[in-house]
Design a binder for this molecule. Structure first.
Ligand code: UD1
Length: 425
């Protein structure tokens, strides 16, 4: 393997954290809203768009199809009047699984789509069988050839779809396919994550007829045509949760602004169990860190359960709690690649099946650690904030996928963290 140059974060741990941090727009909302624009011809504006590598990746993919994509002051302008290609090549999809979101809208609007299969990811296989079964039910002819999903249809037909597993991506794709289908589609066991609810609301603003947004039963009455629309992206509940955990580790008081507290209920309840004191406003949350963290078990589950995208960060918190806790992931069974790295910082953690057993310690010590995915990277930064001495988190490009200016935001709270260019390995 050749060596290459990348940024790293250098953290001098142990500083108390105090102050206010503004939470950005939700990555996972933006990644669904952008491809939804393929469903109609016109000019769209997405306000509160976060500046992230994953948003750039989606922009690059949509541009290859002829969409105009401009991001200016957190307003994303999408111009779909020139869309004339219907393919998502491997070079794009391999960078980001959410590229699969173009499948439903391309098929619904243009009657064809060629989308690379995403393959595995850093923490194991992540199939797309539910997406494919659903578009087949809507009448598409689907071939899997040379690593691609090749889908064709005349106009799609409404159908009854029951998902065996509640899937965010499959619900989003099916919803985007069904809005232009002939007749009624019912999606049962639909995902109710807030990002899917926002997608449904956006589609309704575009002229779609959807009942049950925010519930696990969506009923869609297909329409002939949709129009362009504008929307403000909801705040990122995972970024917010990550900063709440930072606050709980930081021994001070941290206020988040621009959040929707209702979306943070599971994480906030667990933080209170751990001893943090929370004050909740209409769009703010203030966390006062406890003098000592109590151990609290969590099981990551579908919304409104504790998010799988927060379990690594919770593990960092529990690594310094006063006792033993268990973090279980019931969505991704082997999402524990951060554990060996946390152990290098002095954490006492054992992985058994889909659970991490964490014996809290009062002493983590800085080391060089390497992240393998977005949330794992975030958890290593959190651990670095409390470790004594210097922690270097390598491969920070993972963090740039999903956290806007994370080091600036944490530094503003009083942490000693720097981005340093060029780590060779
Ligand atoms: C989305 C989020 C991701 C989050 C995940 C779970 C985006 C862009 N990404 O990912 O950050 O971690 O939800 O909250 O919104 N499954 C199948 N077959 C399928 C599809 C999914 O078996 O066709 C399984 C998955 O392996 C997993 C479960 O369903 O065990 C849930 O995955 P899903 O909700 O689809 O996750 P994503 O949409 O990929």
């Amino acid at each position: 393997m050749g060596s290459f140059i990348m940024d790293k974060f250098v953290i001098n741990g142990g500083k108390p954290l105090n102050g206010t941090v503004r939470i950005s727009g939700a990555k996972n909302s933006t990644l669904a809203l952008m491809p939804a624009a393929l469903l109609s011809s016109g000019v769209f504006h997405l306000r509160n768009t976060p500046v992230l590598r994953d948003v750039n990746t989606m922009a690059a993919l949509l541009r290859t199809m002829g969409m105009g994509v401009e991001l200016n002051e957190h307003v994303l302008t999408l111009n779909t009047t020139g869309v004339d290609r219907y393919e998502a090549p491997y070079e794009h999809v391999k960078k980001m699984r959410a590229s699969i979101y173009v499948l439903g809208p391309l098929l619904a609007r243009y009657g064809r789509a060629k989308v690379s299969l995403p393959g595995g990811c850093a923490w194991g296989p992540r199939p797309v069988n539910l997406h494919i079964e659903a578009i087949r039910k809507l009448g598409a002819e689907v071939d899997l050839k040379e690593g691609y999903i090749i889908a064709k249809a005349g106009r799609l037909n409404g159908a009854r779809i029951h998902f065996d597993i509640s899937s965010v991506g499959a619900t989003g794709n099916t919803l985007m396919a069904a809005v232009l289908a002939r007749g009624t589609t019912v999606i049962e066991n639909a995902a109710i994550e807030p990002e899917i609810t926002q997608l449904a609301e956006f589609l309704i603003t575009m002229g779609a007829r959807i009942n049950g947004a925010g519930t696990s039963r969506l009923e869609i009455e297909g329409v002939d045509i949709l129009h362009a629309a504008d929307i403000e992206t909801i705040p990122d509940r995972i970024e917010a949760g990550t900063f709440l955990v930072a606050g709980a580790l930081g021994r001070g008081t941290v206020t988040l602004t621009g959040v929707r507290p209702a979306h943070l209920a599971a994480v906030m309840a667990k933080l209170e169990d751990a001893g943090a004191h929370l004050t909740i406003g209409p769009d703010t949350v203030t966390l006062k860190a406890p003098p000592e963290l109590r151990p609290v078990d969590v099981t990551a589950n579908i919304y409104p359960g504790f998010p799988t995208d927060m379990q690594a960060q919770w593990t960092a918190l529990m690594a310094v709690a006063n006792g033993t806790s268990v973090v279980t992931d019931s969505i991704y069974f082997d999402r524990f690649k951060h554990i060996p790295e946390m152990i290098r910082l002095g954490a006492d953690i054992e992985v058994k099946d889909n659970a991490a057993i964490i014996r809290g310690t009062h002493h983590l010590a800085g080391a060089k650690v390497m992240s393998t995915d977005l949330r794992a990277s975030a958890s290593l930064i959190l651990a670095g904030l409390v470790a004594e001495g210097v922690t270097e988190v390598l491969r920070v490009y993972h963090l740039d996928r999903g956290y806007e200016g994370i080091e600036k935001k944490i530094r503003a709270l009083g942490a000693d963290i720097e981005r340093v260019a060029g780590e060779e390995f």
